[in-house]
Design a protein. Structure first.
Length: 149
């Protein structure tokens, strides 16, 4: 069987599944992470990423540049202990290129995902050719391990 790289959509869904990430633009009162754009009194756009809507810290939760926002969201998701509801609308996430950050995060967790699939601990929707690709790209082969020892 020949290996096959999964589509970006499958990889994004695998990352969301691994982190237990659910994006819900209706979870205003029940999200773990909130991310949105706001306008200042003098018309500038700022970006907010916070755990608590009732206690937003300007120095820690507000970003002037959108380039840092997607990574700030991802950092909060990483530390959410396996389940995270993100309050954000899809247009906002598209504007900050959140999917790109999810794709980048895949390389950090791909070996863990492969191990979970191999041990029947998780189902990420990959077919056998895609699982073979995961193994080839993100795990060390037995041959490499034996020559190093």
């Amino acid at each position: 069987m020949e290996s096959k790289e999964p589509t970006n959509e499958k990889i994004i869904e695998a990352v969301k599944s691994y982190y237990g990430l659910k994006i819900d633009d209706n979870a205003y009162d029940s999200a773990d992470v909130y991310a949105f754009e706001e306008t200042t009194a003098d018309g500038y756009s700022v970006y907010v990423v916070t755990h608590d809507m009732r206690s937003i810290s300007v120095s820690e939760d507000v970003y002037y540049y959108d380039s840092d926002v997607a990574e700030a969201i991802m950092e909060m998701v990483r530390y959410s202990n396996g389940y995270c509801t993100l309050y954000a609308d899809q247009w906002f996430l598209d504007d900050i290129y959140f999917d790109d950050v999810l794709l980048e995060a895949f390389s950090d967790i791909a070996e863990n995902i492969y191990d979970e699939i191999k041990n029947d601990e998780g189902d990420y929707g990959f077919d056998m050719a895609e699982i073979l690709w995961l193994k080839e790209e993100f795990t060390e082969s037995e041959e490499i391990n034996q020559t190093v020892s």
